[in-house]
Ligand binder design. Structure first.
Ligand code: SAM
Length: 311
């Protein structure tokens, strides 16, 4: 369905947990080990089904870290059974991907985005608080092996922290059929609010002038490639080049609240309507109509960290 600004809302991101096994410097304002209420798989299914009736065609499972939930494959299996859903994707830090990729694929997952901010062990540890780079790299290999496709790497660059390693991340797109996407640092943590750290998409293009634009079906990212590259480099610039006028997404938090915009605190609980399909759909339609014209990064920061909303 269209919202009041004429945008076709077709993409739902479901954060299935707020818990995370990493503690990334730029991510959240709340404790990553903290357990917010989580719904059982059937409840996400009911809500997603109602969203699908309102025009949602793509779902991304995210978190927190979705793979810390033992029933994540059951969630994927139920979401896959919704006929209107054309694309089912998941975003993960990749730490548990090696042991889960095969089951996720069998449950019906199409594609995976893996967060990797550095290929250098000590920088990775500094940014995430954990010494698990090797596990993440093994998870990427396994995702490729079981046929999850496309595989995209998400990286957030921060000046003075990991931006010197951007070239090594770009090498992954050179050598493998993997897209590497640089997401501009958004103001969701104390580190994120330090705007002197941000590396914009334009700065990346100046630093790597061999990157040339290529056609992209990748919603928010503008895509680039270069001769001999097997994958692409994507730039996601929500801060320097706001893409709100084309925003097609809404978010479901793990506790059953629907959040129309990442940049505002408003979130609406739909759990009271779980057992009444008709009312649930109508409530969701009302919430979609509340989606604001655009975010307000720059003038205010949001109260929900990305460890709550899932990005
Ligand atoms: N745990 C999963 C993961 O690490 O991919 C899913 C949740 S995580 C919040 C989703 C994405 O948000 C990650 O790719 C992460 O890099 C990105 N992210 C978190 N905080 C951010 C920030 N302040 N600015 C830009 N991206 C951010």
């Amino acid at each position: 369905m269209k919202d009041r600004f004429g945008r076709e809302i077709s993409y739902l991101r479901i954060s299935v947990t707020q818990r995370c096994n990493l503690n990334c410097v730029y991510c959240g304002k709340t404790d990553c080990a903290k357990k917010a209420a989580e719904l059982p798989p059937e409840s996400y299914y009911k809500i997603a089904k109602a969203f699908a009736e309102c025009g949602i065609k793509k779902i991304r499972v995210t978190g927190g870290e979705p793979l810390v939930r033992r029933d994540v494959c059951e969630i994927v299996r139920l979401l896959r059974s919704i006929p209107q859903i054309e694309t089912l994707a998941l975003t993960t830090n990749g730490v548990y991907l090696k042991q889960t990729a095969k089951e996720l694929k069998a449950a019906g997952l199409d594609s995976v985005n893996i967060s990797l901010d550095s290929t250098d062990g000590s920088t990775y540890r500094h940014m995430t608080g954990a010494d698990v780079l090797e596990k993440v790299l093994a998870g990427i290999d396994e995702a490729e092996h079981v046929g999850l496709s496309p595989i995209k790497i998400n990286a957030v660059l921060m000046k003075g922290v990991n931006s010197d390693g951007a070239g090594q991340l770009i090498d992954l797109a050179r050598e493998r059929k993997i897209d590497v996407r640089f997401i501009e640092l958004m103001p969701f943590s104390n580190e994120g609010e330090d705007r002197s750290r941000i590396v914009t998409g334009d700065e990346i293009l100046r630093r790597f002038p061999f990157l040339k634009p290529v056609a992209s079906e990748d919603g928010t990212a503008t895509c680039y490639s270069a001769e001999g590259f097997r994958g692409r480099v994507g730039l996601i610039s929500p801060v320097s080049h706001k893409f709100c006028s084309a925003c097609n997404r809404v978010r479901l938090l793990c506790d059953g609240r629907v959040k129309p915009c990442l940049g505002y605190d408003a979130a609406y609980d739909v759990t009271p309507f779980l057992n009444d399909e008709e009312t649930l759909r109508k409530e969701i339609e009302k919430i979609i109509m509340k989606k604001p014209a655009g975010h307000s990064f720059g003038s205010q920061s949001a109260a929900h960290g990305l460890n709550q909303t899932g990005g």
